[in-house]
Design a protein around this ligand. Structure first.
Ligand code: NI
Length: 177
């Protein structure tokens, strides 16, 4: 399909709550997902939410392949998640560094639930129900926040832990998300 421009923080469309998808196996949904995959891949992102390309629907995609350059980064299976519902498992919260394609060149330290259950549907309407933790749980929380109009800087507890990637991590070569 097509690589779409990613909206950046400050665009009011990123603050709108998204609507649920009502019908599966439609051209509208299939084309949206194809555009999201192309856009995420072109930018080397770990995830993308539909509102980031200006579509106000509850659709997120995410996935992180094993990368020899980042041996410590956990693998997250490529997932298309529609109409997600998140339920934290336990009260444990962990802070971790995040970036976002809508906030390019920056990183912030964000608290997230360590473990959570997520439910929803794949692109064909098949149910998804997983309980995950750590980085996988973080990626899901970040992407689903976009559907509620929340960008990660809004969750940073101490804004001293927010800045430009090149200044925060001068010795590391880090992709934008
Ligand atoms: Ni993001």
């Amino acid at each position: 399909m097509a690589i779409k421009p990613v909206l950046r923080m400050g665009d009011p469309r990123l603050l709108e709550p998204s609507r649920p998808v009502r019908k599966f196996r439609t051209d509208e949904l299939n084309n949206l997902i194809a555009d999201m995959r192309d856009t995420m891949k072109s930018l080397n992102g770990a995830g993308l939410a539909a509102p980031q390309i200006g579509v106000n629907l509850q659709v997120v995609i995410f996935g992180v392949e094993k990368n020899p350059r980042y041996p410590d980064a956990e693998e997250v299976p490529f997932t298309i998640l529609v109409n997600p519902k998140l339920t934290p498992v336990g009260d444990d919260i962990e802070e971790g560094w995040e970036g976002c394609l809508s906030v390019p060149g920056m990183r912030g330290l964000v608290p997230r639930f360590l473990k959570l259950r997520y439910q929803g549907f794949d692109e064909t309407g098949k149910k998804i129900d997983r309980t995950v933790s750590d980085f996988h749980a973080r990626v899901v929380q970040h992407e689903c926040d976009h559907l509620a109009g929340i960008l990660y800087p809004m969750r940073i507890r101490d804004l001293r832990n927010f800045g430009f990637t090149a200044e925060l991590f001068p010795d590391e070569e880090i992709a934008d998300e």
